[in-house]
Design a protein around this ligand. Sequence first.
Ligand code: ARG
Length: 466
Amino acid sequence: MTNTTNDHAGHQTWGGRFSESPDARVAAFTESVSFDARLAAHDIRGSIAHARMLSNVGVLTDDEFTQIEAGLNAIGARIAAGDFSWDPALEDVHMNIEARLTDDIGALGKKLHTGRSRNDQIATDIRLWLRDAIDALITELERLRTALIGVAEREADTIMPGFTHMQVAQPVTFGHHMLAWEAMLARDTERLRDIRKRVNRLPLGAAALAGTTFPIDREMVADELGFDSVIDNSLDAVSDRDFAIEFVSAASLVMTHLSRHSEELILWMSPAFGFIDLPDRYCTGSSIMPQKKNPDVAELVRGKTARVNGHLVSLITLMKGQPLAYNRDNQEDKEPIFDVVDTVTNSVALYADMMPHVTVHADVCREAARQGFSTATDLADYLVRQGVAFRDAHEIVGKSVQHAIGAGCDLADLDLATLRGFSEAIGEDVYEVLTLEGSVAARNHIGGTAPAQVRAAAARARAALA
Ligand code: ARG
């Protein structure tokens, strides 16, 4: 027996060849409106551009376009006001909006879908949405970079130990350390700008997969929607999600940078280090240990990096087995993309808020640098300037450090006679290079840790942001 009345909501747009409604579990399994409703504003924008183009090429009349545009704008306003009820039986954001348009303006609403498919429609929606998300993320990244540059300027003279292998290596300035993080985020920004170019191409016009028989003007739609170009091949346009994978990969790198930064903030705030403090409002307490103040924001940023990396694996795995062209698998791209955007944008925004308020305990940082023989390389370089070969100088300084460890003091605490016992080349002026201030000031070239260079680098970083 054939059901010809077609009164099931789920049949409204594609039910013609079906004789029964989807099984309830199938309907729940296949619906996407519970998450893709988030694309509504972009979906409406795309539909208006499509309808305007259809009227321009004579597929719709001007009057039909005007009514469709007004109807879509009214629906957009209701969605924005939270005054729209989404129906899971209508599957997705596209059909919910189209069905409502037809309810509102009558049979004319059914003409909107002429010459397009949900396949090119969804690809267009995601690209429009992601383009905005990238712009918002770049804004937050620039805010965080500005914050880091501010801390760098404030702490340009603050001496701390620089580490390799987590062992005290050479003294650096706190400002220099901050600018290292800024440099990573500057590359992240650059990467996102580059990816945005490939996101910003129009799939609409590909229709289901092969293009359409209507005389469409894709360039016009691209122009109206602010796309840089149209995607040439219709099969490619509806099927590939490489632009999203690129974005999530860049987001994963942003999180990796923030996660490393977090790891340092967590260590530095531990009383065992005591280099920094964060305001109470960016920390939380323990329900059992009354004394605790935990850097939970930093720990969660480090933790949330895991889910972003997980989404990256989801998306590349989602693509790998798909033959051309569109497959429903692609519906699974939305939740990872949304969650990545939310996670990375929130993490960067929180860090942008928090970082200007980091308190640096300069005395503790300085003492940690002083205790670790961090100027040993400076002594070796000094000997080289006196004519000693570097490998011999390395050996001489090694012996001096061994002696200082035995004596329980630092290199700068050894008297001249003792030092000269290791090398006759050592003179009274050696103490200038053994000081922490002398050590950092001497690294006075582009990229070096000298306070003067930190100020110059901060100025360059500010100029790059302007
Ligand atoms: N919801 C789908 C997606 O997210 C778009 C609709 C395409 N569906 C279809 N049956 N062709 O990719």
